[in-house]
Design a protein around this ligand. Structure first.
Ligand code: ARG
Length: 585
């Protein structure tokens, strides 16, 4: 059951081949939604250029060659050569019937299922998990769910920051406060506070120049002993990381994201391969020593002074960095995980890092041309002042507190809306709205734009918000419950006759193509925009076409079927976003 654009594209391409020759069989008919009809074919202008003829004549030739009789009225030529297409309502109805019978709701099965390695969330141990990580988590999880619905295999890789120099001071601090102390508890409740305390000690010790027995010196020595594999250091490190993992899990659970322990593949995972990465790159002539550090100078990257830009893979003190780990990880993902595609859902600030890592990995042959690597750039979350979101005291926000606030706010909304429901029911709905609202606000903004964190807007029942969509679903479910009580059953095929039914059916047919494009382009906001217009089309339909109040039993059953198809698509779409749809609201 191809969606209209796809069916139209096929018909027009055969017309091109018939009218202008087989070499035109692939020309894009440029089918777009139109305000004057359902769709427009905008190909005549481009073809006219190619053929050296007038666009309107080309349009006339296309019209003579194209056979749409079963699916559309005869197209009209408009303006310089647009073809306006109005679909036949019986054709739309037949497609809607097929859609209703399709368990996949029109979502195409891939020609070849791909393995997609998806790197997302990636917070840092004992460091602020801030709203930025909230966004990489939420956007990444939606992409993972979408790709799985499209029939691909997703390998989630949570590349947490669990290695590197800060661990010296973190371990020393943990030892000082005691592994079972209240201070240590912070690692699972407010890791940033733990980190700040360790940092504070380190800075004070440095300022006091308190010598070899001072905290700063001990922290530095601890980095070295940890990296040399000292058992006691590793044990404390493992404990530290374990506490942070617990914290991540609490957040993930609160957020209803699909990440589990299995998906953890932090920086430390690659530790024992970092040296090989360096020696292999050096042996291949890709890396060389510059100012004492081992560097790669991938082609096409220059700094301000037009000098080649280095990607440092081994510092002059022998330490490895973030880039070394990412190069090692990319090699593993292609060679061992069998990636056909790799996507990194990470902040925009790391753009240059990823471009250089990808370029180096390509040069090294670790990332073959046929494997696509994409940095899905994540913009910033801003406060009302237009700056990166922080608390009033200027500290970074406690993510859990923020989520709890969202749920509490949603609770006041639902308390007002549904005082008749039980406490437990309202609690559940508040969770769905609060968390769904926050996630949806993230997802409905293009991932690379910044947006302002505004709980009131996120939880509003109107506009492009989760609660608006959740409410649309709850409304249909309530119709379903009332229908059941009244003994009304839905017809097998949705009724598509009047304009509002037709408009809703046309929207429903777009679900598959929209989901496919989200999976290909990593753009969940397109799914949000689609679901929003779908919910609007449902509202317009329900305003215009009564369901249970309709006297004609056949019409009633057909409209109920249409409404329930809308419910299925909305729920499936929200599920791809990771947003829960409550039974009632
Ligand atoms: N931990 C890093 C950060 O918080 C993000 C890691 C992203 N993934 C990667 N493979 N580099 O900025």
């Amino acid at each position: 059951m191809p969606a209209p654009e796809i069916a139209l594209t096929e018909r027009f391409q055969s017309a091109f081949a018939a009218a202008f020759g087989p070499e035109f069989a692939d020309a894009d008919p440029i089918i777009r939604p139109s305000q004057f009809a359902d769709f427009q074919c905008n190909a005549a202008m481009g073809l006219a250029k190619r053929l050296g003829r007038k666009p309107r004549d080309i349009a006339a030739d296309i019209l003579a060659a194209v056979d749409l009789s079963d699916m559309a009225e005869t197209p009209e030529i408009a303006g310089p050569g647009f073809l306006n297409i109005r679909l036949r309502t019986d054709w739309v109805a037949a497609q809607a019937a097929e859609l209703a019978a399709d368990a996949r709701l029109g979502v195409p099965s891939p020609e070849r299922a791909e393995t997609v390695v998806l790197d997302y969330s990636a917070p840092n141990v004992a460091k602020e998990m801030h709203v930025g990580h909230l966004r990489t988590t939420v956007v990444g999880d939606s992409i993972a769910r979408t790709l799985e619905k499209l029939g691909h295999t997703v390998v989630r890789q949570n590349h947490i920051g669990d290695w590197g120099t800060p661990f010296g001071m973190l371990i020393e601090h943990l030892l000082e406060v005691g592994e079972d102390s209240a201070e240590a508890e912070l690692l699972t409740t407010d890791p940033n506070a733990f980190y700040q305390a360790a940092r504070g000690k380190f800075d004070a010790s440095e300022a006091a120049a308190d010598g070899e027995s001072g905290f700063a010196a001990r922290a530095r020595r601890r980095v070295a002993t940890l990296q040399s594999g000292d058992a006691e250091s590793l044990r404390i490190w493992t404990h530290l990381v374990g506490l942070s993992k617990e914290y991540f899990h609490r957040i993930y659970e609160m957020l209803d994201v699909t990440l589990t322990d299995e998906d953890l593949a932090g920086e430390s995972t690659y530790n024992d391969q970092l040296e090989t990465t360096c020696t292999d790159l050096e042996a291949a002539g890709i890396a060389r020593i510059s100012d004492g550090a081992l560097c790669v100078f991938p082609e096409g990257f220059t700094g301000r002074d037009e000098q080649p830009l280095p990607l440092i893979i081994r510092k002059s003190d022998g330490g490895y960095g973030y880039a070394t780990t990412d190069l090692t990880a990319i090699r593993h993902r292609v060679r061992d995980l069998g990636a056909d595609r790799i996507a990194y859902v990470v902040g925009t600030a790391q753009e240059l890092h990823f471009r250089m890592v990808f370029a180096t990995a390509r040069e090294a042959g670790w990332l073959p041309d046929e494997v696509e690597a994409t940095h899905v750039k994540i913009g910033s979350v801003l406060g009302e002042d237009g700056k990166i979101l922080r608390t009033r005291s200027g500290a970074s926000l406690r993510l859990m507190a923020l989520l709890e606030e969202a749920v509490a706010k949603a609770r006041t909304v639902i308390d007002e809306l549904r005082p008749d429901l039980s406490d437990e029911e309202r609690e559940q709905i508040a969770h769905a709205i609060g968390i769904g609202g926050v996630k949806y606000a993230d997802l409905s903004t293009a991932h690379d734009s910044d947006y302002t964190f505004d709980l009131d807007r996120m939880l509003a029942l109107t506009g492009n918000t989760a609660p608006y969509l959740q409410y649309a679903v709850a409304r249909i479910r309530s119709i379903g419950r009332r229908a059941e009580t009244a003994g009304v059953t839905a017809a097998a095929a949705p009724l598509v006759v009047n304009d509002a039914e037709r408009a809703l059916a046309l929207q429903l047919l777009e679900f598959g193509p929209v989901l496919a494009s989200v999976g290909a382009e990593y753009e969940p906001h397109r799914l949000c925009a689609y679901l929003f217009s779908l919910a609007q089309a449902f509202t317009a339909f329900y305003d215009a076409s009564p369901i249970l109040k309709e006297d004609d039993a056949e019409v009633r059953a057909g409209r109920l079927a249409l409404a329930q198809l809308a419910e299925r698509v909305l729920v499936e779409g929200l599920d791809a976003l990771g947003v829960e749809a409550p039974q009632q609201m």
